[in-house]
Ligand binder design. Structure first.
Ligand code: ADP
Ligand code: MG
Length: 597
């Protein structure tokens, strides 16, 4: 065969392969065009999963009559002119590919009217020869109708799934878009049934209402609102409490300058920030918006623009990690959002009215000004709880100016598992073991950041029979064990002796502790690996040192634990991401007893 130029229709169909994968990708391109046209309201109508019909109507600025044919041509766009504009592009589209691609694999009709035009105009796509627009009745704005997707590319049509699956993709996509632009009203209908109807959401209250419609009430109940700016980067949005983690990464919405992206750097930073508080294998939920100067991010990496490239990735990563990590640390009781089992929060009014912004971060439902606990820790705070040696309770009361502390005062212990306490609002229930484990873990981490975990010599050293391999391992890691508060020597080929253990773990079975620690170390292999996984090792220690179920505590011990929880970062969850406490307010108790107030 000789070389020849491909016909333009075929060029468009080839290009369509990159942009139009399925009905949802058509909706994405059309809705993004509407957003670029400054629409305040976008209506999406779909029949048979979009395969038969997709119609997107907007009230945007419309297309100039003389440009309508051009809109359907390849590489024709009204959004950029030159390289300089490409580098600072802020519109969703700019490649001028979507409409011609879609038109080449479907029956497309474009109808549009500009505000100063005497009528609307209509043009059909995909015909090859450009035709002149015909007049049509149409309000200001644009509607694009796409029928019979892939009717002329049977091979691609075979890849389409059932109507239900394709519609599922459309719905998920529209949710994603609706979360990106609170200032625009959206609606979605499938086979003439209304699926979504979202009014414009100009303020926090309305925005949270939209979040509830799209992500469900529990997400918002368990979310922190944050707002932080530094180095020309701005992050706002909602992150869910770790107790609201998901088994799949299906509630993660991240937008860069309004564009939904799935970016490795971003998800890595978020994962790191949650690492300490999320049980392995669980996925956090969030809806976050990052804004930065468009020149600092390249959106022209992929035709569908799902990926972006940051020019200073390191800074972006650090900023995201730090902001989120800080927000998530501050989830100790009293500062925390309401994660009790209660009902839907008195949305938006109560939530917004109570929101206070200090230090750049706001919490959704908190009543007191937000404070980072950093100062407190620098000032040399040492937790007072010690399972063996009760600390004086009155101190906590005095500290708080005789106000009742957030977790209240202990009343009793239930079945050796739960602490029951009374605070200003009602009943507080604490999982003793989980709470103590968290407190111990955070303290061990603090110790480690300082001079190392403080250790206490055992009155009687404990000798521990081990395998030769374990003995060698312990010998090789003597210094590391010392940093962890354990003094261990090798007595013989298969015998170790423990001479000291961490102060915080007094009273635990030293032999068992050492065996578990060695098991951890065997898994990690080299001592470098262990150093990088030290948090995990500390978690093992903390678990040992913690109060076991069925241990009886005195009221004083219980109160000391409550006070410790209040002062400990991230104490709302144990190291496995389970909640450590919950509460039943008087109103909820009243409801249980049908008692009107
Ligand atoms: P791009 O969005 O990359 O510019 P498209 O093929 O998606 O390319 O659209 C081509 C052009 O058609 C756009 O640049 C814009 O001028 C016009 N256009 C498309 N959809 C709309 C709309 N809903 N309202 C106004 N103009 C539109
Ligand atoms: Mg476009």
């Amino acid at each position: 065969m000789r070389i020849h130029q491909l016909p333009s229709q075929l060029i468009d169909q080839i290009a369509a392969g990159e942009v139009v994968e399925r009905p949802a990708s058509v909706i994405k391109e059309l809705v993004e065009n509407s957003l670029d046209a400054g629409a305040g309201r976008i209506e999406v109508d779909v029949e048979q999963g979009g395969i038969r019909l997709m119609r997107v109507r907007d009230d945007g600025e419309g297309v100039y009559r003389g440009d309508m044919a051009l809109a359907l041509c390849r590489h024709a766009t009204s959004k950029i002119n030159d390289m300089e504009q490409l580098e600072r592009v802020s519109s969703m589209g700019f490649r001028g590919e979507a409409l011609p691609s879609i038109a080449s694999v479907s029956r497309l009709t474009l109808r549009s009217r500009q505000a100063d035009s005497e009528s609307g105009w209509e043009i059909q796509g995909g015909g090859g020869e450009a035709q002149a627009p015909a007049p049509v009745a149409h309000p200001t704005g644009t509607s694009i109708e796409v029928r019979d997707l892939f009717y002329n590319t049977p091979a691609r049509r075979k890849f389409l799934r059932t109507e239900k699956t394709e519609f599922g993709h459309i719905e998920a996509l529209l949710k994603r878009l609706a979360l990106s632009r609170f200032d625009v009203a959206f609606s979605l209908r499938h086979n003439r049934r209304e699926i979504l109807s979202l009014p414009q959401a100009p303020n926090r209250m309305e925005q949270e209402r939209r979040l509830v419609s799209l992500l469900g009430p529990t997400f918002l109940q368990q979310a922190l609102f944050l707002e932080q700016e530094a180095m020309g980067l701005q992050l706002t949005g909602w992150v869910a409490h770790p107790t609201f983690s998901r088994s799949q990464a299906d509630m993660q919405y991240f937008y860069v300058n309004g564009r939904a992206v799935r970016d490795k750097l971003v998800s890595h930073a978020v994962r790191q920030a949650y690492r300490d508080v999320l049980y392995h294998g669980r996925h956090p939920a969030y809806c976050l918006f990052l804004s930065l100067d468009p020149v600092r991010v390249d959106v022209n990496v992929h035709p569908s623009k799902h990926e972006v490239r940051f020019r200073d990735g390191r800074n972006v990563h650090d900023f995201l990690f730090r902001t989120l990590h800080r927000a998530l640390s501050d989830t100790s009781p009293g500062r925390a959002v309401d994660h009790a089992t209660g009902e839907l929060l008195e949305l938006p009014s109560a939530a917004s009215a109570a929101a206070v912004t200090t230090g750049g971060i706001t919490e959704v439902t908190q009543q007191q000004p937000f404070r980072f606990p950093v100062q407190e820790r620098r000032a040399g705070y040492r937790p007072s709880f010690d399972a063996q040696r009760p600390s004086p309770t009155p101190r906590a009361a005095a500290d708080l100016d005789t106000e009742i502390p957030p977790l209240g005062y202990a009343l009793a212990q239930l079945k050796g598992v739960y602490i029951l306490a009374e605070n200003g609002q009602g009943l507080v229930l604490v999982d003793m073991h989980a709470a103590h484990e968290r407190v111990t873990y955070e303290r061990l981490k603090q110790d480690l950041q300082g001079t190392g975990v403080r250790s206490q010599p055992l009155l009687v050293p404990v000798s521990v029979p081990v395998s030769r391999r374990e003995a060698e391992l312990a010998e090789g890691m003597r210094d590391l064990l010392l940093t962890l508060g354990l003094e261990v020597d090798r007595l013989g080929a298969e015998t170790l002796v423990v001479r000291a253990i961490p102060v915080l773990l007094q009273g635990t079975d030293a032999a068992q502790l050492l065996r578990d620690l060695l098991a951890d170390m065997v898994v990690h292999g080299s001592s470098e690996r262990i150093r990088s996984e030290l948090d995990g090792v500390l978690a093992t220690l903390a678990c040992h040192g913690s109060i076991r179920a069925n241990r009886r505590l005195t009221l004083e011990e219980m109160n000391a634990l409550l006070r410790d929880m209040e002062r400990t970062e991230r104490s709302d969850q144990c190291n496995h991401g389970r909640p450590t406490w919950t509460r039943l307010e008087m109103s909820e108790l009243d409801k249980l007893f049908l008692r009107g107030r």
